[in-house]
Design a protein around this ligand. Structure first.
Ligand code: ATP
Ligand code: MG
Length: 359
């Protein structure tokens, strides 16, 4: 009877139903295993114990995908060391010292980068039975904004876990398979793609799938000291439990419909030349932020920076897409068009469409 009723559905509805199911099935098998989660937590604890031999008051916290609900199997670990003491060493000294210590005391391959814009220690571990693909981990210091933006993304994921997580995880796999997820090679970071998805669900879809957590009225008066981190306002409505009782999306689109619309919007409708995608404020003009790519400028570098503009949710003067090069934006947009074209044909079998998308 299931099959018969499926057949009677109009083909458009049937396609979206099938594709949504395929998307769930596809991302579920790519989630981290329980043992991977456990090994990562063990690694975090071990590293925290070692760091405390240098700075007794330090805490090592997870951020990025391991902490925000958008983790795929074998994703890297982003760790941030916070030190609750006024007389602490500089980040670059800590990186050097921690690098030496970890090299002596652990089996990690260690690469300290004390002079990077954000000093970090890079670690990796060879494959083992519990971790067949090994582990990669970056440890930074005092990066409190990253902890806050991780929490913001986590809250968005919790509001509508099924649709938001499925979309984000699929786009992460897709962008990795299509090789457009390498900020060092001129394309966009995972963080950038996640911001594009949230921007789309908050500001492009009408009715919206998600509320704007940064613009909701606070429940009680808030003071500047409570909300500012490193000089930036990081306030957002973070009581997701309460929100679930007060806010309901009027948007009932399936995951598949949202994915198709997402690709179409970024293939065709988003104005890359003049626009900035901001999850805080919606569509902004590059000119209003001083982020024009001035083609007449002699300064090759500065105009390279603003091909794709994505405002960081808190660090408003920071373009998360600044790493995207001229070739990079061309490739990324080409990939959005390719994906849009594949899905617009509504192939007979959704599973084949997915395979082709990520081929
Ligand atoms: P993956 O699973 O692919 O590692 P991820 O969700 O961990 O994805 P990353 O791009 O590794 O995403 O970023 C990890 C975290 O680092 C983000 O959640 C964010 O807090 C911070 N971050 C990364 N890139 C930037 C950036 N350009 N600006 C500000 N913060 C960033
Ligand atoms: Mg990461």
């Amino acid at each position: 009877p299931e099959v018969v009723s499926q057949r009677r559905l109009p083909s458009r509805q049937r396609f979206f139903g099938d594709l949504s199911q395929c998307l769930f099935d596809f991302v579920i098998q790519l989630l981290p295993t329980e043992s991977e989660v456990q090994v990562k937590e063990d690694v975090r604890r071990l590293l925290e114990r070692l760091i405390r031999t240098i700075e007794p008051s330090s805490r090592l916290l997870s951020f990025g995908s391991t902490a925000n609900g958008f983790s795929l199997r074998n994703s890297d670990m982003d760790l941030c060391c916070l030190i609750d003491s006024d007389e602490r060493l500089s980040a670059s000294d800590l990186v050097t010292m921690l690098g030496d210590l970890l090299e002596r005391e652990t089996k990690f391959h260690v690469k300290p980068l004390p002079h990077a814009r954000i000093p970090i220690v890079k670690l990796s571990l060879d494959p083992s039975p519990g971790l067949p693909l090994g582990i990669a981990c970056d440890i930074g210091f005092e990066n409190r904004l990253a902890l806050e933006n991780t929490r913001l993304l986590m809250c968005y994921a919790m509001i509508d876990p099924t649709r938001v997580r499925t979309l984000v995880l699929f786009l992460k796999v897709w962008s990795k398979r299509r090789k457009i997820n390498s900020p060092y090679k001129g394309t966009l970071s995972s963080y950038g793609y996640v911001l594009l998805v949230i921007y789309f669900l908050v500001h492009v879809k009408n009715p919206p799938v998600l509320p704007n957590l940064q613009q909701m009225p606070p429940l009680r008066p808030i003071s500047k000291e409570d909300t500012h981190v490193a000089g930036y306002n990081t306030w957002f409505f973070d009581d997701v439990e309460l929100l679930r009782t007060r806010w309901h999306s009027e948007n009932n689109d399936s995951v598949a419909e949202l994915l198709v619309d997402f690709f179409r919007y970024f293939a065709r409708d988003f104005s890359y030349n003049t626009g900035v995608a901001s999850i805080r404020a919606g569509f902004l003009k590059k000119a209003s932020k001083g982020w024009q790519n001035d083609l007449s400028s002699r300064f090759h570098d500065s105009r390279e920076r603003n091909r794709l503009c994505i405002e960081d949710p808190f660090e408003l003067d920071f373009n998360v897409g600044r790493c995207v090069s001229k070739d990079g934006i061309y490739t990324i947009r080409g990939e959005f068009m390719r994906a849009s074209r594949i899905l617009a044909n509504r192939p007979e079998r959704a599973v084949i469409a997915l395979a082709e998308l990520c081929a």
